[in-house]
Design a protein around this ligand. Structure first.
Ligand code: NI
Ligand code: NI
Length: 148
């Protein structure tokens, strides 16, 4: 059997022509701790990829803070009785909701994911309104990817 990690590392590494190298200064104990934590569970096998992800995560948060056009996935857990109110709220944001996926968990409980796009403020407003009705609401934030 092939090790999935091994076959991945055999892929030719894409080197974008605008990639640069730079050095940063930091305490050696801080770097040692970062290397340990970022590599111990196999999430990363090199420091550059770990730092690139941190930078992207930071930029996503900044896009949300600056109320830019962003993308987010809202996950909702609710009782089927709450569907009508939730649908009414969602129709109010039909320009922001691009797609939804619904699963009937049991006789009465439902879970739904709504893929949204719009200003950070619009999406946050929608989340807050849904929280007023559903049993549990969470939001996963990302970017339109324009600067990535
Ligand atoms: Ni509808
Ligand atoms: Ni359902």
């Amino acid at each position: 059997m092939t090790d999935p990690m091994e076959s991945q590392s055999e892929l030719p590494e894409k080197q974008p022509t605008d990639t640069i190298r730079f050095s940063i200064s930091l305490k050696s104990s801080l770097l040692a701790e970062f290397d340990k934590k970022s590599m111990e569970n196999g999430t990363y096998d090199n420091r550059s990829e770990a730092i690139r992800d941190l930078i992207r995560a930071y930029l996503v948060k900044e896009e949300w803070k600056a109320n830019e056009e962003v993308v987010g996935a809202i996950i909702l857990l609710y009782d089927h009785d709450e569907l009508e109110d939730l649908t009414r709220i969602q129709h109010g944001y039909h320009r922001n909701i691009q797609s939804t996926m619904h699963i009937h968990l049991d006789e009465t409980k439902c879970v739904e994911v709504a893929f949204t796009r719009g200003t950070a403020q619009e999406i946050q407003e929608l989340v807050d309104k849904l929280k007023g009705v559903a049993k549990h609401v969470d939001l996963a934030i990302t970017s339109t990817g324009k600067n990535f």
